[in-house]
Design a protein around this ligand. Structure first.
Ligand code: DX5
Ligand code: ZN
Length: 223
């Protein structure tokens, strides 16, 4: 499968989101990554339902909603109602993760689990078969524009090995500090979805930056 690009609108221009969404529609982006932060699970607050609904109103690409919030079960239905296509919850925020994943699927969304940098991928051993997506945080969640954590490669290798055994269609998404400089290595390690905030929205030609990320091809994918 060719890898997917998911620009994160956390770094978009909130005073003119419409313009940025229209740019994404015309670009080679595959998904629109939507970061929800509650000021409790992470030390930052982003935006809530009205903003997601407004984005959905213009978006022609699926919304990939990353919930950095405590007790996400309380809000799954509302995120579905405002337009989420993929809902990803944090492993560290879910006591009954299996139940949460089933609830996301029952809403008709694809279900993902995100791992903080310190959370081992082996913790997913007994749930990986039920997941559509695993998001590996390659920075500590809460802010855009942070430095990529190099240990992430090790986690991607491990996750890819686990996925090949029981869930070969798993989406392996990398979030934080992704750029044109590390994306080829990330794909080679086994990632197939790249989130990019700063690398897209703080570039001079955003659609071109998306195209560059999309058109990176590891040799083995061309074979
Ligand atoms: C961080 C968010 C990311 C963020 C990535 O907590 O989950 O999606 O927007 O931004 P960059 O690509 O700038 O690191
Ligand atoms: Zn994110």
């Amino acid at each position: 499968m060719k890898h997917l690009i998911a620009p994160s609108i956390l770094s978009a221009n909130f005073a003119n989101l419409e313009e940025d969404i229209l740019m994404l529609n015309k670009s080679e982006a595959d998904l629109i990554h939507v970061d929800i932060m509650d000021g409790v699970f992470v030390p930052n607050i982003s935006f809530g339902f009205p903003v997601v609904a407004a984005v959905k109103n213009f978006a022609k690409k699926p919304l990939d909603v990353h919930l950095m919030i405590v007790d996400p079960d309380r809000y799954l239905k509302q995120f579905k109602e405002v337009g989420a296509n993929i809902i990803t919850v944090h492993y560290e925020a879910c006591t009954h993760l299996h139940r949460t994943i089933q609830a996301i699927k029952e809403l008709g969304c694809k279900a993902g689990v995100a791992l903080n940098p310190h959370t081992p991928v082996s913790f997913l051993q007994d749930i990986i078969q039920d997941l559509d997506l695993v998001l590996i945080m390659s920075v500590n969640p809460g802010f855009g524009g942070q430095k990529f954590i190099e240990h992430t490669y090790h986690k991607i290798h491990q996750l890819k090995k686990m996925a090949d055994e029981v869930n070969p269609k798993l989406m392996i998404e990398i979030d934080g500090g992704v750029s044109i400089h590390n994306s080829l290595a990330l794909l080679k390690a086994g990632a197939n979805v790249l989130v990019a905030g700063n690398a897209v929205f703080n570039s001079t030609d955003q659609a071109h930056s998306i195209a560059e990320l999309k058109n990176i091809s590891p040799d083995f994918l061309n074979a």
